[in-house]
Design a protein around this ligand. Sequence first.
Ligand code: ADP
Ligand code: MG
Length: 756
Amino acid sequence: MSPRTLPSLSGKAVSELKAVSPRKVAGLRALGIETVLDLLTHYPRRYADRTNEAAIADLIEGEEAVVTANVLRSSTRRMRGGRSTAEIVLHDGTASLTCTFFNQGWRARQFSAGQRVTVFGKVRIYRNQRQMANPVIDLVGDQTGRIVPIYPQSGKANVSSVELSRYVNEALERAGDFADPVPERHLSDLRLVGRTAAYRDVHAPDELADTQRARYRLAFDELLRLQLLLVRKKRAVASSTVGLVHDTTPGGLVASFVHGLPFELTGAQRRAIHEIAADLSQAHPMNRLLQGDVGSGKTVVAVAALLYAVQGGHQGAFMVPTEVLAEQHYLSVRRLLDGLMVPDPGRLGGEWLLHVELLTSRTPAGERARLLGLLATGQLDLVVGTHALLTGDVTFSSLGVVVVDEQHRFGVEQRAALSEKGQAEPDLLVMTATPIPRTAAMTVYGDLDHTTLDEMPPGRTPITTRLVGWEAEGAVWRHVRAELDAGHQVYVVCPLVGGGAMEEEGWDEGLDARTADGSLDEEDLIEDDSSGGSPPPSRPDGRLALTLETERPAPRGAVEERERLGATELAGYRIGLLHGQLPSKDKEGVMEAFRRGEIQVLVATTVVEVGVDVANATVMVIEDADRFGIAQLHQLRGRVGRGEAKSRCFLLAAPVSALAEGRLEAVVRTENGFELAEADLDLRGSGTVLGSRQKGRSDLKLGNLKQYRHLVLKARDVATRVLDDDPELVDPENHLLWEEVELFVSEEERQFLFRS
Ligand code: ADP
Ligand code: MG
């Protein structure tokens, strides 16, 4: 029998397995399992080591254990918000154990007194009682192995882990040996186990250690498939697309811009501009990612790139995801370009004043019509804007360079629309203010070239960061008053606008934490996290949304906080208010007043995250800091430390989850954006890096970037070597490899990967 290929298994329905009764087919479908391949790639979430079986009286807090006991009683409790929780009390003759199933009230009906069950989970002692939250239940069955796989489940599916394991075993037995698409020499170089062993050991291991090797190999396969696509795409773009050849001769507009700056460029900025110029002078379009920490001076580099377009008689567009950011970027770009003259090649010695404008959906209709006219005729050199730049009626005379800031928030369609705005494919510079670890960048931005600003402009001073509980709030305000009395200025940031207004536009990342948090460890929630059955999970992503008995205090809004501080802690100081919902004019006015020192304390929302640059500000107070993401905290903190004086950042928070605490601790620990990005990745895992849009047979089930970070580099390397030898992947030897890429990486996922 020739070895099985994964594509052939994707043609076999699970119903062909003898162990799968017709009744279970629908349940399997609910788990996304229709084919034998689906089944084999439905990997165990974890494994229960049955040798860890213990008497309840011997259970140790914080450790995982398997317990077999009798059901004493079961009941359902209604929680706030209408969800119900099942509680099952077990006794094994030594002690009792309470198992709690959050949001799974239906569980109570599964058990009756006297029934014998086995549970697996992490032990907690709460109010003197031994407990397990959402344990895996019912391991008894006919399991004989020592290592029992535990599969992701849902109540809706009504297919137990034991049953899944039985189906998988039959499939493995009937499949026999698997064909291996990765050339043997690469496998041995990387010391990867073969496919056959990998699939067996991930599902039916003899030893726990076997599962590691198996997962490692399967993760490698997932990453390799992505890298093959990315490397191929990158090479295809480089050789096929035709773009503009820009005029990058030294001594032109860019040189006079740089010359006119009030500071010297850093070495890193110089290098970056140089790399961009080299890209722009090539016929194929630039596709470059510019990474740099907060304050590393990306704006100057971006503006230089845009000016190369203008220097050659083209136009530049600076795109950002929100109105507020567009306005702020516009202000800082305008300041940088103030008075810059563009030489007119049409007239000897002639020149014009560089023309830059702002275009967002807030731009009034008349003004918009005027700007569109200028853009179409080429009288407007640079435009800063939001997605409003992409709407059908905007045409450029000749769009040469596009800078996209905060790329995560741009979708595929928008990017496509943008490239249609130019006659030739415009050159593209993607900036991210959130440094991305190299390995993640290699996956998410794998088809882009990279430039990193790894050097800070001189003059930044280290910032001391403290995590402060609300009970010690008074000490923070005492410090704030002392700084104000010494003539310095202070930012106070709140997560909400308040005054009944909604959250800031755009910044969903940090607010996300609010729903994800519970006072239990994430760990407690991972079993059965789809929380299926009834009632349905309240979150669209299916994560368990806990209603806890201890409600969190409501977050403070900037509007109310300004009033409160003005009346209490900071009475007598000049306090200003800044948030995204103020009219642009007011915002500009407030920022200008703060810049001039007329306002001493700026109470704001995350609007201050970018653009505001006041060297005299020495304190950043972030309220409800547990509600922000790492990247946001880092960006906010970057507003201080810009002058000579010692700066501090206070994170006022009541951390309620391990996850929030992890974020805050990371921000306290380091000021290095790249280290923070790594920490962020560790805390989130890969799902959020690649976007939550991955659905269905999503690859990267195992290729979790956190765990397999170094594997990304290996996969990149193998992909490069394979494509060096066989650029189109047409060799018979690589046929299966390519078939698998097509099988696993859906059209949707490809779009997502190639959004840039
Ligand atoms: P980023 O966008 O990377 O966070 P910015 O471009 O906003 O950083 O720059 C931060 C601040 O540093 C701005 O006030 C900018 O004018 C200033 N800056 C940029 N480059 C330099 C430099 N080479 N030397 C001194 N200051 C600089
Ligand atoms: Mg910036």
